[in-house]
Design a protein around this ligand. Structure first.
Ligand code: IPE
Ligand code: IPE
Ligand code: MG
Length: 250
């Protein structure tokens, strides 16, 4: 990942926003509907938030859609989520292309069935030339998986004699993680009222500002996003320095 501007605490808009989209099930249950209706309703929030981030000239948006732990949910819910993912990929790729948004799926894609894997590759290829914003969808993603995956690749290189262990530093390690080509995550938002990371971007959120919203994901829209952006803009990012040091640098 490119290093953040560690001297700037004047932060108009985050370059990279990551969101744990939580609360779909509770949204549906509150209306006496099956949980899956919440996932369906959540797709509209995804579309809206992508458009809003694009307007705010965010460079990267990373959405947590399905965690490596979510396979443990009831079979019917997992099946529906897979089907929904597949339908959305096909349907939305055109819209992303029109809005100049490049799609990237992060996570262990090999865990999906072949048809879905083909669709993922197709949607990524369709938008590969887009430059307005990158939309990363984390699917079968786990922060620990990401770190282990990078370690394994580095171990392979060491075994092949291409690197020695002392070559491994944070910069080299980062190169083998999922979002290495993108700015650091400036702002991590979690909706749905819970305040935990749930094995999302562990390496990448080392210095992210955190914002927790009580809004359930299907209710998350312009107002809630603006609240998060306002909160972000009011923070002083110190990166280990003191307040006074940061003020001198300004
Ligand atoms: C987030 O909403 C979507 C996924 C994890 C796929 P949830 O389904 O976790 O909703 P709640 O937390 O049960 O309300
Ligand atoms: C995190 O939500 C995963 C996604 C949003 C995809 P969960 O609802 O699965 O998280 P926990 O299990 O409550 O921590
Ligand atoms: Mg949840």
């Amino acid at each position: 990942m490119t290093q953040p501007d560690q001297q700037a605490n004047v932060v108009p808009t985050p370059k990279h926003i990551a969101i744990i989209m939580d609360g779909n099930g509770r949204w549906a249950e509150a209306q006496g509907q099956p949980r899956v209706m919440g996932h369906r309703a959540g797709v509209k929030s995804v579309r809206d938030v992508v458009a809003l981030c694009r307007q705010h000239q965010v460079e990267s948006l990373t959405l947590f859609a399905f965690s490596s732990e979510n396979w443990r949910r009831p079979e019917g819910e997992v099946k529906l989520l897979m089907r929904l993912f597949s339908v959305v990929l096909r349907r939305e790729a055109k819209l992303l292309k029109r809005n100049d948004v490049r799609l990237k799926i992060i996570g262990d894609v090999s865990g999906f069935d072949q048809k879905l894997q083909v669709r993922i590759r197709q949607a990524e290829a369709d938008t590969a030339h887009c430059q307005g914003m990158v939309l990363n969808i984390a699917a079968n993603y786990g922060g620990r998986w990401d770190v282990v995956n990078a370690a394994r690749k580095l171990a392979d290189l060491a075994v092949q004699g291409e690197i020695v262990p002392s070559d491994i530093d944070e910069v080299l390690f980062d190169r083998f993680t999922s979002l290495s080509d993108q700015p650091e995550v400036d702002l991590l938002i979690r909706t749905g009222g819970e305040q935990r990371i749930s094995n999302f971007l562990l390496w990448q959120c080392a210095y992210s500002e955190l914002f927790f919203s009580d809004a359930l994901w299907p209710d998350f829209g312009e107002t809630a996003l603006q609240e998060a952006l306002d909160s972000f803009a009011s923070r002083q990012r110190r990166f280990g320095l003191t307040s006074a040091q940061v003020a001198t640098v300004e």
